[in-house]
Every structure is written in C-alpha cells, then in structure tokens.
Design a protein around this ligand. Structure first.
Ligand SMILES: Cc1cc2nc3c(=O)[nH]c(=O)nc-3n(C[C@H](O)[C@H](O)[C@H](O)COP(=O)(O)OP(=O)(O)OC[C@H]3O[C@@H](n4cnc5c(N)ncnc54)[C@H](O)[C@@H]3O)c2cc1C
Length: 128
C-alpha cells in the first residue's frame, strides 16, 4: 500500500502528552520529521486554563495555547489537525486516518547535522 505522507515520528494526540513528546524530541536534538496528529480542529491548548480562564472569559484562546502558532513550523513539527487516527498497522507502519489518508511512520533519515531538513522535504517524495 502506498502512503500519502511519511514521517519518522507520528504522535497521535496533541494534548499535553503528545505535544511535550514532540517538543522533547526537538530539545533532545532529534532531527527527523515529526507529525502531531490531532482529531481536534484547534491548535494544541492547555487544559487547566480552558475551564478556569477561557470559558470564564478571562483569557483569549491564543493565550491558552501550549505554544504560539509559529512554534510548530519553526520546529518543523507538522500539525495535522481535524484528523482522527482510526487504525495503526504496526507491520506496515501505517496510520489509517478518518479522512482516508495513510500516514507512514518509522525513522528513516534523522540527521543531527541538519536537524530540520527531513521534515522540509516533500512528503510525497519521501513516500516514494
Ligand atoms: C477542562 C480541563 C481542565 C483540567 N484542569 C486540570 C488541572 O487544573 N490540573 C491537572 O493536573 N489536570 C487538569 N486537567 C487534566 C489534564 O489536562 C490532563 O491530565 C491532560 O490533559 C492529559 O493530557 P494527555 O495529552 O495525556 O491527554 P489529552 O489532554 O486527553 O489529549 C489527548 C489528545 O489526543 C486526541 N486524540 C485521542 N485519540 C485520537 C485519535 N485516535 N486520533 C487523533 N487524535 C486523538 C484527543 O482529541 C486529545 O486532543 C484538566 C482537563 C480538562 C479537560
């Protein structure tokens, strides 16, 4: 089966756990491509201030983001929003998504020398 996109690491869920995993990978010098897959439509946000501040009207939505919007492209972390992972096939290393996309995962070319190069490449070329 062909994949629509290919990443070295795909993290399913962009809550505190998923986002911190992606952030920590970059902080630790991981240079491969990373995707954060989220069924939610919003940029990753903090849960505690959601109820205490945002819904109470004392903070705007951009002030409860886990990181500002520009952070993710700066770190070459692709946010794939509004997409639910419906099946993970560990044999083929493919995540099947609610919109029919197939996203491949598995380290292929992490490079510490050029940490952001991997995720800047055309994902369709990588999938070939
Ligand atoms: C309103 C609110 C207030 C809170 N306040 C506090 C607090 O004050 N103190 C405290 O300690 N804790 C608080 N919590 C709990 C704390 O936020 C959670 O423990 C924490 O969010 C858990 O993080 P997580 O990343 O493990 O999971 P989650 O935050 O649940 O994130 C998981 C993400 O993965 C997505 N997801 C799941 N399955 C799929 C799939 N198949 N495909 C794509 N995406 C998927 C979900 O939509 C979600 O966005 C609060 C939680 C809420 C909701």
């Amino acid at each position: 089966m062909t994949v629509d996109e290919q990443y070295d690491v795909v993290i399913v869920g962009a809550g505190h756990g998923g986002t911190q995993a992606a952030i920590t990978l970059r902080q630790a010098g991981f240079g491969g491509s990373i995707a954060l897959l989220s069924e939610e439509t919003e940029l990753p946000y903090e849960r505690p201030p959601l109820s205490k501040d945002y819904l109470a009207g004392t903070k705007s939505s951009d002030r409860i983001l886990i990181r500002p919007a520009r952070f993710w492209p700066e770190k070459s972390i692709d946010l794939i929003l509004a997409t639910r992972a419906v099946r993970v096939d560990p044999d083929t290393k493919i995540i099947h998504c609610s919109d029919g996309r197939a996203i491949g995962y598995g380290c292929q070319s992490a490079s510490k020398k050029d940490p952001l190069s991997a995720s800047k490449r055309d994902p369709l070329r990588r999938a070939a």
